[in-house]
Design a binder for this molecule. Structure first.
Ligand SMILES: Nc1nc2c(c(=O)[nH]1)N[C@H]1C(S)=C(S)[C@@H](COP(=O)(O)OP(=O)(O)OC[C@H]3O[C@@H](n4cnc5c(=O)[nH]c(N)nc54)[C@H](O)[C@@H]3O)O[C@H]1N2
Ligand SMILES: Nc1nc2c(c(=O)[nH]1)N[C@H]1C(S)=C(S)[C@@H](COP(=O)(O)OP(=O)(O)OC[C@H]3O[C@@H](n4cnc5c(=O)[nH]c(N)nc54)[C@H](O)[C@@H]3O)O[C@H]1N2
Ligand code: SF4
Ligand SMILES: [Mo]
Length: 695
């Protein structure tokens, strides 16, 4: 019998609400959930999930490594054997080095609450999520200005009148709802400006495009602020009511004229002035998008702060068509939200210092909820602050998802135990000691998700088909491990229904309510706070802090002078991004997506290529101080002469994943280990490279 099941996609972290049509335990189609207006369909990756269902190249059963790390020699074992083995090895290692010697990393997901419970139960402070490497500095910057993380705010795309995107590649690096909402706004006449050193698909679909010198966006923003303040283009009432430190900003940006910015960014002064005026005409329905992945440099924190401040000058924070603060159950009038397992009482930890120095001396203001993951390899190699021996890599591949691949490889090889919970043979999985394979999102039910937003809702992922292989959901795996390690009491559930009931206990929502649409909405109408008096900024002052107490109390300036960025004439800045057909490092071996985009190329400006004797399609060698690789050149006038660009996620070295094996180059192989030491992000776009014809 045919049925339609409402669930959540997980082909990327966006977790779009989808409708899966199933017949006789087979998937007929995957569509957008029709009860969510902006979910008019899924992206290519969402649709390609079926390519994994019966793929023999997935991890199909628990396994224990039998040969040297990375040798591809495995023994298929039962779940009991794999779990006993993992728990026994942990007990042995913890007896010698303490449970602090374990680090748990994951891509934030619906099980994160249970992951954190696991770590608290075994007594280790060492957690980090993918988020820290994705957008750690965006998070920190947002907290310095408005007290909320970037995850606690969002953009009201559909009502915007002007959207300015700094490399935010909305039409390739999709969030289906946001992408559709922006298309709707454009149909209603909204203007889109793209700033990018490269003509991305998003740039090509924008109303205006500015080819910026890579890494100089902060200069552009200081000049925009200069014009906005000089010409009184800001929202005076809003700024007077909400902003602390406007005078300081005003004095600070005074020397940063559009003419100055022209020499730094390559964008003509007149265009900068025009952009400031156009944005202001649309205020407060303006979005200077704070972005994810573009322009990651050591000063990133100040670039992201400047974006939030531009929104504040436009009065667009908590304005329709601007940026909004996400609302939760209490804002919708409920007494409580989802109950968390990680909020139980746990015994005090023996060691509270973390491996990454997050929230401590090294990174005092990075978000401890996510950690500073980029520090993992050096912490292992230097045993600083203490020896790390065990890694739990759950839904996360730290080998390819960081800078300096060789350093990460050395660190992983130094560990006594790597436990991987994955669905594929990724880089870290192929080096693991034990693999605990998870069922695909289409094959499993997961804990409920609190979807904060203008209209908060609780969302559910539910299994659509039976697992094709000997795999289990992660919430089951974690409980089994905890039991074997003597801390099972913190996991008071047997089934997914037990988990759902625990989560919903204080909300008064029966689980049956999820059947109809896959989610339960907590508010019929969008919740906006009163812009005159009701915005609850979470900074110490309760205002938008241009002069940030979080920064200054920790010894960082709010307005350090701009540092000019030099690119030597014989080098390029390596910048990276994503395409619509792949998610980060995980889909390159997917049957369908591999066919769409099998490898990456190196975008290089045609004039620079000509000078180097490089022709389109030829193999070139790209080399940094950290590493090198060979890749095909894509010669084009669509990229700034100082930049070369490649897609992240290729260059896989795992023979088990045969379709993606050695196709293209991993950006991680080339990227230097450079950080934004204030915000906590790796500076993944800062690396200088040389390019020459391959011999
Ligand atoms: N060098 C470099 N590093 C980067 C980036 C970059 O551009 N360059 N980008 C950064 C960004 S933006 C991000 S978000 C992170 C992402 O970093 P990751 O989270 O490591 O990357 P993903 O490709 O999203 O997936 C990670 C792993 O999860 C596995 N996986 C997928 N679905 C499931 C599932 O349902 N269950 C389980 N158990 N496993 C699953 C995949 O097979 C893969 O091995 O990387 C960051 N790091
Ligand atoms: N299809 C697809 N969608 C995804 C993902 C995916 O892997 N695939 N991943 C999801 C995740 S985890 C994330 S974090 C987001 C990422 O979302 P985005 O950050 O929007 O996506 P990217 O494609 O990484 O785009 C980065 C852009 O920044 C540009 N750029 C590089 N340097 C500079 C610079 O100095 N200045 C400016 N202005 N631009 C610069 C690059 O040319 C590139 O076009 O996408 C999410 N959605
Ligand atoms: S953006 Fe695509 S892959 Fe990501 S959750 Fe949505 S449909 Fe799935
Ligand atoms: Mo990301």
């Amino acid at each position: 019998m045919r049925k339609k099941i409402y669930t959540l996609c997980f082909m990327c972290s966006v977790r779009c609400p989808i409708a899966v049509v199933v017949e006789d335990d087979k998937i007929v189609s995957i569509e957008g959930n029709p009860h969510v207006p902006a979910m008019k369909g899924v992206c290519p990756k969402g649709a390609a999930a079926v390519g994994w269902l019966n793929d023999p190249q997935r991890v199909r059963s628990p396994m224990i490594r039998t040969g040297p790390r990375g040798s591809g020699q495995w023994k298929k074992v039962s779940w009991d054997e794999a779990l006993d083995y993992t728990a026994d090895r942990c007990k042995e290692i913890f007896a010698k080095y303490g449970s602090k010697s374990a680090v748990y990393c994951e891509r934030v997901n619906l099980v994160t609450d249970i992951s954190k419970t696991f770590l608290k139960a075994i007594g280790s402070p060492n957690y980090f999520s993918h988020d820290t490497i994705c957008k750690g500095s965006v998070n920190t910057a947002c907290r310095t200005v408005i007290g909320y993380t970037d995850g606690q705010i969002s953009a009201d795309w559909s009502n915007a009148r002007h959207v300015i995107l700094y490399g935010r590649n909305v039409f390739e690096s999709m969030e289906v709802k946001a992408t559709n909402a922006l298309l709707d706004a454009m149909a209603k006449g909204a203007k889109v400006t793209s700033v990018d050193p490269r003509v991305s698909i998003t740039a090509a679909k924008s109303d205006q495009y500015m080819m910026i010198r890579p890494g100089t966006d902060l200069a552009l923003n200081y000049a925009l602020m200069h014009v906005i303040i000089k010409e009184h283009l800001y929202d005076v009432k809003y700024v007077n009511r909400w902003v602390e430190g406007f005078d300081k900003l005003s004095a600070f940006v005074d020397p940063y004229t559009p003419e100055w910015a022209e020499t730094e960014t390559g964008i003509p002064a007149k265009d900068i002035i025009r952009l400031a005026r156009e944005a202001s005409q649309a205020k407060p329905a303006v979005i200077f998008h704070y972005g994810y992945r573009a322009s990651h440099h050591p000063t990133e924190i100040y670039f992201r702060r400047s974006l939030i401040m531009l929104n504040a000058l436009m009065g667009s924070i908590e304005s329709p068509g601007g940026i909004f603060i996400k609302k939760g159950p209490k804002d919708a009038g409920l007494k409580a939200g989802i109950r968390k397992f990680s909020e139980q009482q746990f015994p005090a930890m023996e060691e509270t210092r973390r491996f990454d120095g997050c929230g401590e001396e090294k990174f005092p203001i990075a978000d401890t909820a996510h950690g500073v993951g980029a520090m993992f390899p050096s912490a292992v190699l230097n045993e600083d602050p203490y020896p790390i021996k065990v890694l739990f890599a759950f839904r996360f591949d730290p080998l390819y998802s960081n800078f300096d691949f060789q350093q990460s490889l050395r660190a992983l090889k130094k560990l006594d135990l790597i436990v991987s919970c994955d669905i594929n043979f990724g880089g870290t999985t192929s080096l693991a000691d034990v693999i605990l394979p998870e069922s695909l999102f289409l094959e499993r039910s997961d804990p409920l998700q609190m979807g904060a937003g203008l209209k908060p809702a609780v969302n559910r992922r539910i299994a659509c088909v039976r697992p094709g292989f000997d795999t289990k959901p992660m919430w089951w795996i974690l409980k089994q491990l905890a039991q074997r390690m003597g801390v099972g009491e913190y996991f008071p559930y047997e089934t997914i229904e037990d988990i759902w009931n625990y989560q919903l206990a204080d909300m008064g929502i029966p689980i049956a309510d999820f059947e109809q649409k896959g989610f339960v909405s907590l508010s019929d109408k969008a919740i906006w706070w009163d812009r005159e008096d009701g915005i609850k900024f979470k900074t110490p002052s309760g205002k938008i802090e241009f002069v940030s107490s979080l920064l200054e109390d920790n010894g960082f300036p709010s307005f350090p002078p701009y540092e000019a960025l030099e690119t030597p004439e014989d080098r390029f800045r390596l910048i990276v991004g994503r395409c619509v057909a792949h998610t980060n490092v995980m889909t390159q071996n997917n049957l369908y997506l591999n066919e769409l985009v099998p490898e990456n190329t190196l975008w290089i400006n045609e004039k620079r290529a000509e000078a180097l004797g490089i022709k389109d399609g030829e193999r070139v060698e790209i080399e940094s101080d950290t590493g090198k690789g060979q890749i095909r050149a894509f010669v084009t006038d669509m990229i700034h002469p100082e930049a070369v660009f490649m897609l992240h996620g290729f260059g896989h070295q795992e023979p088990e994943s045969r379709r993606s094996y050695q196709r293209g180059v991993a950006d991680a192989m080339i990227q230097d280990p450079i950080m934004d030491k204030v915000g906590g992000s790796p500076a993944l776009d800062h690396t200088l490279v040389r390019v020459k014809k391959a011999v």
